[in-house]
Design a protein around this ligand. Sequence first.
Ligand SMILES: Cc1cc2nc3c(=O)[nH]c(=O)nc-3n(C[C@H](O)[C@H](O)[C@H](O)COP(=O)(O)OP(=O)(O)OC[C@H]3O[C@@H](n4cnc5c(N)ncnc54)[C@H](O)[C@@H]3O)c2cc1C
Length: 636
Amino acid sequence: MSATHLVILAVALLVDFASAGVPLPRYEALLKQQSAPSDPTLGLYDDGDKVIRLSVDNFNATVLDQNRGALVEFYNTYCGHCRRFAPTYKSVAEHLLPWSEVLIVAAIDCAAEENNGVCRNYEVMGYPTLRYLGPGFQPGPQHYGQSLHTQDINEIREILAGMVAAENLTSSHNNSYWPNFHYLTENDSASSLFEGLSSVTQYVAVVHEPENTTLGVEVALFMTQWPAVSVRRVIDPAVAAKFKIDPTNLPISLVDRKGEIMAYAPESTNGESYAKKLWDVLGKKNITPRPVTVHQPSATPASKIKGQNELIDEVHRNKHFVYQADLEQAIRTVLHNEVSKVGEISGEKLLALQRFLTVLQRYNPLGANGHQLVSKLKDYVVQFNDKLTGSQFEEELKRLEAHLSPVYSSTHFVGCVGSSPRLRGFSCSLWTLFHFMTVQAANNEESQDPLEVLQAMHGYIKNFFGCTECSEHFQAMASRRKIWSVPNKEEAVLWLWAAHNEVNQRLAGDATEDPEFPKKQFPAPDSCSECYRTPDSKSENLEIEWNKDAVLGFLKNIHNPQFVSRYGVQREELLHPTADKMRQKRQISSVFTDMDMRMGMLLYAFCIVMMVLAFKLFAFKGYRKKPYGHDLLGKV
Ligand SMILES: Cc1cc2nc3c(=O)[nH]c(=O)nc-3n(C[C@H](O)[C@H](O)[C@H](O)COP(=O)(O)OP(=O)(O)OC[C@H]3O[C@@H](n4cnc5c(N)ncnc54)[C@H](O)[C@@H]3O)c2cc1C
């Protein structure tokens, strides 16, 4: 038994003692102040953004059966790709704000549990997903809106313009702002242009639209806030000429009610530039647009959690700790959000869910009620050979949780807390859960399959993980790193560690990185200096030469249930039933082998004997050397 083991054993006893009896009052206060993970305010868009925030409460009323269309982004707060795309989407909303009488730009956070039903009904398979829901839209089987397969702002604008122009508005969805998208023909003239228009319309803007573009549609949409102007498209150069248009040099003109025509040259060939030219000209004529209004449902903007700095300090102090709260949050989010959100769970998905629940049942970090929950849920899922739906799963999950309540000892992230509510969280906790399970598997004889946890993880990430980009990267990495050839359970622990470090390296400095928790190779030298073979390899620039035995020992120690920190847990009593304690004791003894334990006891006994001997020796010597003892006793 090494000295490190002895120290760890002593610390374990202290931690155990502390967690058993000493309350953590400061924490209680912190947690009260922290928002719940499914809090809708944790989405990616704030009040200041022009993106309309949708939720289960306002989704139907805002986008179904309206007299205007909607671009809807289905996203997941914890998906890095969604976070990277958010600034672009905000720009799309800002850019298309003048179109808002005809098309709104909205978004719904599928990471918020309350939105599960909506995201499930729209068969969202990856994040972010952009869908156009036209005027009068009603969802139906195989009818979930039209997908936009681009994240480029110009392409989004052009595609939307095409979709809007192709709409055939029914009388029940009459919209007085809807532009007339019909092309002008040779029968049209300056005088006929105003036929049927209201007296408010003072000008008709004629726009030459090059073939296979949506330029005229875009100009018409950018002008919907200008009641004094109606826009018409013209494609035929001969017809355009009737309105003084020269497609190359003067592609737009304004016609007034007297039939006077004036042609103009915009700065560049795009819809916004054409519209800006018209805005300038109209401004000089003292004609103004209507103010644009965005009907944003009220919500508190996602702000920094109060007391969060203390929480972050605490986590920084214990950098490599694994927290019970994070393990629980991972499980809760997986069950409530990721699995429940899937429309149909069949084939490979069903097998992946069954495998995941099997390993979770075996290496479950929850307390007794949580053990029952996972076990019953697994029994429920394995009865299905063919398929089950996400809503069936969700219903059973909620029924079991109500029956077994309380199941979770905590409701918030601790080690995975981010410096802003939009950072870290679930994806951090999911890594933690899988590392935890690989270590428990390595310390447990129940299964001899070295791949059981990695296979369950692979299936889960492929079929359920809401970060589509992460899932694709992970699958590619798994085959490149030969996941299916991992020979034993300890190598499985190391495989996941190395794979995670590869992801850390790729994401270092990425926009999704939390500045408070920069992505570094794990473990850091100050957490485990023995994990580094040479002192030089601790330098950032050199390829690290790992001591894999030390890394394995370190990973086993930090994921040992006995050392999992209960900091921030509100219902610690749920984690202390006797069966749990016994299980933990068995697990700790498998990290410290029987031989380790015996050696420890021997060393302990040896130390006590030595201390007694030393004491006797000093006491005896002291007695003999006392110069005045005899005098005092009067024996000299
Ligand atoms: C399978 C998977 C694939 C992902 N792929 C992507 C992707 O392609 N693009 C993207 O933007 N995001 C991806 N993510 C998310 C990303 O990896 C992080 O989870 C997220 O950025 C939050 O990072 P974090 O700082 O909280 O630390 P995380 O990387 O989430 O780590 C969580 C905790 O695990 C511990 N840890 C760190 N490294 C290791 C290690 N090597 N071994 C053991 N423990 C470790 C640390 O204590 C750390 O705090 C993926 C997540 C998962 C679960």
